[in-house]
Design a protein around this ligand. Structure first.
Ligand code: SF4
Ligand code: SF4
Length: 299
């Protein structure tokens, strides 16, 4: 479907348990400082409130795995999803094309597209649409392509054929992701404690990274793929082929020296179409200092 690797359709129905689960996770403080998740909590439990008369939720996935080697063995680590073009833009363009097709086929249909924005509980809708199951690391795993994929959704009033079968849980006795997580961020209920997750600490968290994580973030300066890297279902992961994901600038070509000498202007230019720009220059410098055991005064 329009360049997506996987797609499914679920019936648009309220699922108030979604907002309840997210509410419980927030109440436990596991969202860290991501207060925006508290907003529109009720809407997360009723997808029909996003489009009046919604009948269907189309969920699509796009592979982003890449095994391009990093420049130098002593280099810093940047999560794979940030080595491609900012997925929001790529997914939104693809979803817009799908919306045009819906409009052509069902002219009076109303629809809205979402990608990591708006009150859509993406992972549960992906599971309802049959794309996969929620792994112990909390991400959705597809039995054919693993978990290195982006998600996008269209909520529409068009009545479509639903993929009713939710994929069965194939984690079994495996516990590799839990054992591999350097900071013990994976909870036993298929959620993550964001306050302990390196992806959160290096991207969302403001201020200093807590000392208890010193030495545990390895050489990671943006995101973290450790739990996905060890997952047996990602042994089948093949590098992405979608040309729209090709970055303007290959992050993996930056050497350790390049990272250390990066100026704010260079950062802006290099990462203008990359998700890394969202974190900003100062946080990246903070993360580099943290893994190098350096104080900003020692730069
Ligand atoms: S992304 Fe990293 S820190 Fe976060 S749960 Fe996975 S392994 Fe742990
Ligand atoms: S590593 Fe094992 S337990 Fe974790 S998500 Fe993958 S299959 Fe499930």
């Amino acid at each position: 479907m329009e360049g997506f690797d996987i797609a499914g359709i679920a019936q648009a129905l309220p699922h108030h348990e979604d907002s309840q689960h997210i509410g419980e996770w927030i109440a436990a403080g596991k969202n860290g400082s991501m207060g925006f998740l508290e907003r529109s909590l009720e809407k997360r439990g009723d997808i029909t409130s996003l489009v009046e008369g919604a009948k269907s939720v189309i969920v699509a996935g796009l592979r982003y795995y890449s095994n391009a080697p990093s420049a130098g063995t002593d280099n810093y680590f940047v999560s794979r999803y940030a080595r491609v073009k900012d997925y929001h833009q790529v997914i939104e363009e693809k979803l817009n094309r799908v919306q045009k097709i819906i409009k052509k086929e069902v002219p009076d249909a109303l629809s809205r597209a979402f990608c990591d924005a708006g009150p859509v509980a993406e992972k549960v809708w992906a599971i309802r649409a049959g794309l996969g199951w929620r792994g112990k690391h909390s991400l959705v795993i597809n039995k054919d392509i693993g978990s290195f994929f982006f998600l996008g959704e269209i909520v529409t009033t068009a009545e479509l054929l639903y993929d009713n079968a939710s994929a069965r849980d194939r984690c079994g006795d495996c516990n590799l992701c839990v054992e591999a997580c350097p900071t013990g961020a994976i909870c036993g209920d298929r959620t993550i404690d964001a306050r302990r997750c390196i992806a959160y600490l290096t991207i969302e968290h403001d201020g200093s990274i807590p000392e208890e994580f010193r030495g545990k973030t390895e050489r990671i300066i943006y995101g973290c793929d450790r739990c996905q890297e060890v997952c047996p279902w990602n042994k089948k992961a093949v590098p992405y082929t979608d040309k729209e994901l090709i970055p303007d600038f290959p992050v993996t070509s930056l050497t350790r020296k390049d990272w250390l000498s990066l100026t704010p202007d260079e950062f802006k230019k290099i990462f203008r179409s990359s998700p890394v720009k969202r974190t900003g220059f100062e946080k990246i410098r903070r993360n580099i200092d943290f893994v190098d055991h350096r104080s900003p005064d020692d730069r």
